[in-house]
Ligand binder design. Structure first.
Ligand code: HEM
Length: 420
């Protein structure tokens, strides 16, 4: 599923040709995909406000659009906001994990070892593996006329990356595959089944279809990964994959099996749709414009022997700019816990219980217009700074390395006459 740069909205939303292809293939997925694009166009239009001062009250709640105020809400230094609005949705889907908990002892207990394990994956390690798997995928995924189908490549690469770090898909309880092959029955599909739960939980106003699919695919993943966990426990085995192994070590007791399964699913859900959404946007945007060819020419002309350095020199800045222009996620949300005022210029009176819409898109576009290269609003803040928002992404280095590795591999791809 590819994002259409002309259509803001659902992460990784398909373009027209893809939707037609999905329908022609006799699946219901084309109709589903049409529905999401239409719904998100409506939502985007309804929320396209640009208040002077970066915040405004709307009939739905309080919309925050400036980078400064978006980061202020995420940092939440006065405890004015809660993330726990995610919890009822999580309960109906993958189950509750620490992303849905405000800071406190239980959040600390569940998150500290898991986030530390994620943070140990370096950008270079992620880049190297992603590049290797991308090059392998490019030899097998058809690229008619040399035009790469980035979603097809992404589906193959992510199945491989996830096996490496998570031991999932294991081929038994979770099978490798993209979004379109899900039949809404177990076994779970990786990476495909992770998209809908993420959209359902993190998008401020999921419609009825996103709600149903987000719930169903989340339940399938929770059930499938529970079986995987039970199997490993019964065999007395620890997975070799670094992240899942760390989570097994974090929750060694059998009574924590479901929490362990939820954590595995939840962390993967944090990684997959976000990287995929940005990846597909970047590549499709560059394929449509002169950027891809211009960057290819720069790579060809470079004498830098270290590909990691070369990717940073040549690909990183345009990649950040495209992410800023059309980020995934495009929105996050919170609930107000108490009455307070937000904003200096044209301040808004917030009431306890108000829904706070955080426009990541407007925050990052503001940064882009100002010529800055910061992408931290996309990641819920910058965890390397102190203080940082409680939920700021622990996978920034890993996610950025994966994204850079795949994008670099695609830009560097030289189709052979024979093709894959
Ligand atoms: C392009 C890549 C990524 C993007 C854009 C991204 C985005 C985000 C955002 C926006 C949040 C905060 C959500 C909120 O505050 O409501 C978050 C949190 C989180 N992300 Fe990422 N993420 C990425 C990669 C990853 C990776 C690679 C992993 C793990 C392997 C990961 C795991 C998590 C987890 C576990 C949290 C919750 C942290 C906590 O509550 O302490 N993410 N991410």
């Amino acid at each position: 599923m590819a994002a259409d740069p002309d259509r803001p909205g659902l992460a990784g939303a398909p373009d027209k040709a893809e939707r037609r292809a999905a329908r022609d293939a006799g699946t219901v997925w084309g109709l589903v995909l049409d529905h999401f694009v239409d719904k998100h166009l409506e939502a985007a239009a309804a929320m396209k406000i640009n208040p002077d001062g970066g915040v405004a009250r709307t009939p739905e709640g309080v919309v925050v659009t400036s980078k400064e105020l978006v980061l202020q809400v995420l940092l939440n230094s006065e405890g004015n906001y809660t993330v726990e609005g995610y919890q009822p949705r999580m309960q109906e889907s993958i189950g509750v994990i620490y992303l849905g908990m405000d800071w406190g002892p239980e959040y600390e207990r569940q998150s500290t070892p898991a986030n530390a394990a994620i943070g140990r994956v370096t950008r270079r390690e992620a880049f190297d593996l992603a590049l290797k798997e991308t090059r392998a995928a490019l030899t097998t995924v058809p690229a008619p006329n040399g035009i790469i189908d980035i979603q097809a490549v992404s589906d193959v690469v992510f199945a491989k990356l996830c096996s490496h770090w998570f031991d999932i898909p294991d081929g038994v309880y979770v099978k490798p595959g993209g979004f379109r092959i899900s039949n809404l029955l177990p076994p779970g599909i990786c990476p495909g089944d992770y998209t809908m739960p993420s959209g359902y939980i993190v998008h401020p106003d999921p419609d009825v279809l996103l709600t149903l699919l987000g719930q169903r695919t989340g339940q399938i993943l929770r059930e499938s990964v529970n079986k995987y966990v039970a199997d490993k426990r019964a065999a007395g085995q620890l997975p070799t994959a670094a992240l899942t192994r760390a989570f097994f070590e974090e929750f060694p007791k059998p009574e924590d099996n479901d929490l362990l399964a939820r954590t595995i699913v939840g962390v993967m859900m944090g990684a997959l749709p976000t990287i995929n959404g940005n990846l597909v946007t970047i590549v499709k945007t560059w394929q449509r414009t002169a950027t891809l060819l211009a960057l290819q020419a720069k790579l060809n002309a470079s004498t830098q022997p270290d590909e990691f350095v070369k990717a940073h020199d040549i690909v990183e800045t345009p990649m950040r700019q495209t992410m800023q222009n059309q980020p995934t996620p495009d929105w996050l949300w919170r609930l107000a816990t108490k009455d307070h005022t937000i904003g200096a210029k044209n301040p808004v009176q917030v009431h306890a219980g108000d829904k706070i819409y955080l426009s990541i898109t407007q925050a990052t576009q503001e940064e882009l217009r100002a010529g800055g290269d910061d992408v931290c609003p996309l990641f819920g803040g910058d965890r390397s700074r102190s203080p940082h928002p409680t939920h700021a992404c622990p996978g920034f280095e890993m996610g950025f390395g994966i994204l850079l590795g795949i994008v670099y591999g695609v830009v560097d791809y030289q189709p052979t006459a024979a093709g894959p």
